[in-house]
Design a binder for this molecule. Structure first.
Ligand SMILES: Nc1ncnc2c1ncn2[C@@H]1O[C@H](COP(=O)(O)OP(=O)(O)O)[C@@H](O)[C@H]1O
Ligand SMILES: [Mg+2]
Length: 247
């Protein structure tokens, strides 16, 4: 892990993307690529534009300039539900599970109608990955711990059988040991199933250790990129994002 893997085909390409909220430009010309089989992370401080990029990939808000290309096909102006059907699944910032539904019902929501025939098989896989969810399968989402809600949010996204999994700050607000478990699960999904992952994180240390490649975002622009290892060793990255972090 940590070494650049450049052999995969490009799965996602973000080219010169600019996204606005009203007159405010949140993304100022972003170029990012994710190849098949990679874990790529995007690190940056609060307010840098990380979530905006993730949401722009999903079509809401849409890019005002530039293009988003998935499997060679432009999706920049495609409606969000059509983008989801291309098997781009997202675990959004703040998890957004359905609090009044049980764990099983949340997983059902993720599967959608297309994947119901795989339901039992896919649920079993998710329960193997996150045994805590199996123990809690009949419990309502809102009564789970933060870590369990994050597992459920990832599990729900996996039920869509994604080709590309987008994760927005899975470590947010969780204790280090829980974060470790969640990142280990992401690593397993990538290593054992070849799942392609685009990960947004403020926890630069954990993200860079896990990722083949990474981008650093500052004020709506990518300022640096490289392998996870390179960025972990980079003095500027260390000073800005890793000082005081866990080593
Ligand atoms: N719905 C919104 N309306 C207006 N401005 C927004 C909205 N969402 C985010 N922003 C602004 O866009 C910028 C990027 O935000 P965001 O993508 O959430 O950053 P990050 O995820 O890196 O913390 C910030 O300046 C933020 O205040
Ligand atoms: Mg965010």
């Amino acid at each position: 892990m940590g070494d650049a893997v450049m052999t995969g085909q490009p799965l996602l390409q973000v080219n010169g993307v600019e996204t606005y909220y009203g007159n405010i430009r949140a993304l100022a010309g972003i170029d990012v690529a994710v190849n098949k089989g990679e874990i790529v992370s995007l690190i940056g401080a609060n307010g840098a534009g990380k979530s905006t990029l993730m949401m722009t990939i999903c079509g809401s808000p849409q890019a005002r300039k530039g293009s988003v290309v998935f499997e060679g096909r432009e999706i920049t102006r495609m409606p969000t539900h059509e983008i989801a059907r291309l098997r781009i699944a997202q675990s959004p910032e703040g998890r957004r599970i359905f609090p009044r539904m049980t764990v099983m019902e949340n997983l059902q929501m993720g599967a959608g109608l297309d994947n119901l025939k795989y339901f039992a098989e896919d649920v079993e896989k998710i329960f193997t990955l996150f045994p805590r969810l199996k123990e809690r399968h009949a419990q309502r989402g809102g009564t789970l711990s933060g870590g369990e809600q994050q597992m459920l949010s990832i599990g729900r996204a996996l039920m869509a059988r994604p080709k590309l999994l987008l994760l927005d700050e899975p470590s947010l607000g969780l204790a280090p040991l829980i974060v470790k478990g969640i990142f280990e699960a992401i690593r397993k999904l990538n290593e054992l199933e070849g799942l392609t992952v685009f990960l947004v994180e403020q926890n630069a240390f954990a993200a860079l250790r896990l990722s083949h490649r990474a981008y650093v975002m500052v004020n709506g622009k990518v300022t640096m990129s490289g392998s996870g290892k390179e960025l972990l060793a980079n003095p500027e990255v260390r000073a800005a994002y890793l000082e005081g972090g866990r080593h």
